[in-house]
Design a protein around this ligand. Structure first.
Ligand SMILES: N[C@@H](CCC(=O)N[C@@H](CS)C(=O)NCC(=O)O)C(=O)O
Length: 204
């Protein structure tokens, strides 16, 4: 199998963490830094994923899987180690909902990063505010949720760690920890996992 990836993508990080957690790292060749900047580069990725997005996983049959929730569920079905996405019941819906929350934080943060790359005159402060509110709204919801019990470890926790790790990496001015001690502690526990440490984005 071959994974089209990037060292900074929070979605690719979910997949790379899942590979490690499921003991599958040696079964997948990781194209570590697939470029997407130019039209030609996007066209090359589009041959694998018509949306021209990474991550995408090319199976040994030649079929490609995308996006990150699909890839992670596929890898969970293959690997050893604890199940990351329970097959049924309330734990499944909690894991899927938290994955959606994490992916939503990543989407909002990614949009903020992209908006900042546009010329200043073209930037929308309205949208920037809206995306920042999404990050803080997710953090508030998690802080409340954690009053009722620990986060645990599943695909939802992986998505949340990758997403808030991306906010720390690209948008350190967003202080999502302030006034949220339970989320701060839960994230610190996740960030200590070898799979999180091994997939850290490059410094500088
Ligand atoms: N929902 C997708 C999001 C993937 C995504 O947006 N990836 C970004 C990189 S972080 C990308 O490839 N962007 C290129 C583009 O949007 O053209 C997933 O979970 O895999």
């Amino acid at each position: 199998m071959r994974l089209l990836s990037s060292p900074t993508s929070p979605y690719a990080r979910k997949v790379r963490m899942t590979l490690i957690e499921k003991g599958l790292a040696d079964q997948v060749t990781v194209d570590a830094a697939v470029p997407l900047g130019t039209a030609d580069e996007a066209a090359a990725v589009r041959r694998v994923n018509p949306l021209a997005k990474i991550p995408a996983l090319v199976l040994d049959t030649g079929e490609a899987l995308y996006d990150s929730p699909v890839i992670c569920e596929y890898l969970d079905s293959l690997g050893t180690g604890p199940t990351l996405l329970p097959a049924a019941g309330p734990a499944r819906w909690t894991a899927l909902r938290r994955q959606a929350l994490g992916d939503g934080v990543a989407d909002a943060a990614f949009n903020i990063v992209m908006e900042h790359r546009r010329p200043e005159a073209q930037r929308s402060t309205e949208w920037l505010d809206r995306w920042a509110r999404a990050v803080h709204g997710a953090a508030d919801a998690l802080e409340q949720e954690l009053a009722h019990g620990p986060l645990g470890f599943d695909l939802g926790a992986i998505a949340l760690s990758a997403a808030f790790g991306y906010v720390d990496f690209r948008l350190p001015q967003i202080d999502w920890r302030a006034g949220r001690p339970r989320l701060t502690e839960a994230f610190a526990e996740l960030a200590a996992r070898p799979s999180f440490v091994a997939t850290a984005p490059p410094k500088g």
